[in-house]
Design a protein around this ligand. Sequence first.
Ligand code: NAG
Ligand code: NAG
Ligand code: NAG
Ligand code: NAG
Ligand code: NAG
Ligand code: NAG
Length: 384
Amino acid sequence: MLFPILFSIHCFSALIAALPSQSENGTSQPHGCREVSIPITVEVPRFLISTEIRDDWDVAALVFNLTRRDSGQGFPLPITGNTAAPVKSTYDMGATFCGNGSTTLILTHGILESKRYWQPDFPDSDQYNFIEAAVAAGYSVLSYDRIGVGSSSRVNSITDAQFQVQVAVLNSLVDHVRDANTARKVALVGHSYGAYISIAAAAAAASNPSRNVSMGGVDAVILTGFAGGFSNFGPFLAGAGLRVARDRQPERWGALDPGYLTAVDAYADAYIYYHAGNFERRVAEWTHARGSEPFAVGELPSLLATNITYDTVTAPVQIVQGKYDVSACGGNCEGQLNKIRRNLSGASVVETVEDLPAGHNLNLHLVAPRAFELMFGFLKRQGL
Ligand SMILES: *[C@@H]1O[C@H](CO)[C@@H](O)[C@H](O)[C@H]1NC(C)=O
Ligand SMILES: *[C@@H]1O[C@H](CO)[C@@H](O)[C@H](O)[C@H]1NC(C)=O
Ligand SMILES: *[C@@H]1O[C@H](CO)[C@@H](O)[C@H](O)[C@H]1NC(C)=O
Ligand SMILES: *[C@@H]1O[C@H](CO)[C@@H](O)[C@H](O)[C@H]1NC(C)=O
Ligand SMILES: *[C@@H]1O[C@H](CO)[C@@H](O)[C@H](O)[C@H]1NC(C)=O
Ligand SMILES: *[C@@H]1O[C@H](CO)[C@@H](O)[C@H](O)[C@H]1NC(C)=O
């Protein structure tokens, strides 16, 4: 069921005028940011995903299936095939754009998150605000809600919310930023599921001859909450205590189909995303109450069934890890990044940091300002 993602992507960026002119919400935001809506058309094959989620009983059964010892090996993923032809879809991407068009960082958040991860809105959150730090360091930023999340189009949790669709969306956003100015430098910054999307987008861009660095490829990639493999998803999936989102909070998520899932409570979020002693509890409470948005069940099997061609990435890559990350490293990242370093054999530079005192949500731990410095230092060393 593996298909190399670079052959699966045929994305057609809507030919859109320059950022940040269209669909602007005139509301002025802090840090010179504004909300925009970007229409994106993608055309990619879909997996035929066989799971059906109606209620929390089904979720429990699915999590069992995905976490049993032989899942994806002897025991199959819930995928029966792929569509014969690519499926064309148009989505409205809700995004925050900040800056003046200097080197642009495109931020992709993870699952059980939203673009608020990069720009938290609780009181005294400046030290955790990646966007504020990036703008202060001279960068422009495009931070978007992934499809199905927050301010972006609602999509079907099984048939639309699939990994390769999200990769095509990101590549179209890169084109969109480049269309405004072909000389503009673009770096991808991904967290967690967004890190897999970012590196797969960089792999696809590097493999497509029409997408070289000057014309739509990317100039650098920064990955966090990521160690390359999938072998530690078990404790993450089980520990999240996943529940049907619309049943938990109908007032907030009643419009989502039942395949959108959320973590059961703030303590489940603390287990999967935070490391004791290295975060403020008010931050984890905010994560559960406001930062977190449901993810769609189609996102997991479609990622697990995709062979990301790491060796085709040519851009410089930095991986910055909280040492105690559960889903990326099984709770201890020491020595866990060697394999992905080797996989990124075509990247011009691979830098790794594996020992920051943090769990999965690196940006929301006390070490965040240091993590941001490391990322911007890497970009500067790449001339960005
Ligand atoms: C702009 O965004 C703000 C804050 O999200 C919202 O309250 C307002 O209704 C929006 N205005 C328009 C014209 O969409
Ligand atoms: C779990 O796997 C079993 C056996 O393949 C299957 O019958 C069942 O439908 C799966 N459950 C879910 C919710 O995907
Ligand atoms: C954009 O802003 C950055 C940071 O404030 C600044 O260094 C740069 O010169 C600006 N570029 C232009 C074209 O105004
Ligand atoms: C990148 O693509 C553009 C347009 O197709 C082309 O003119 C340029 O030569 C390419 N550069 C490289 C390094 O391949
Ligand atoms: C995955 O991709 C890599 C790199 O292109 C290739 O070497 C490997 O054989 C592929 N694996 C599978 C299972 O397709
Ligand atoms: C990554 O490296 C491991 C061994 O270190 C290898 O088994 C795997 O096929 C590689 N994956 C890719 C996509 O290159």
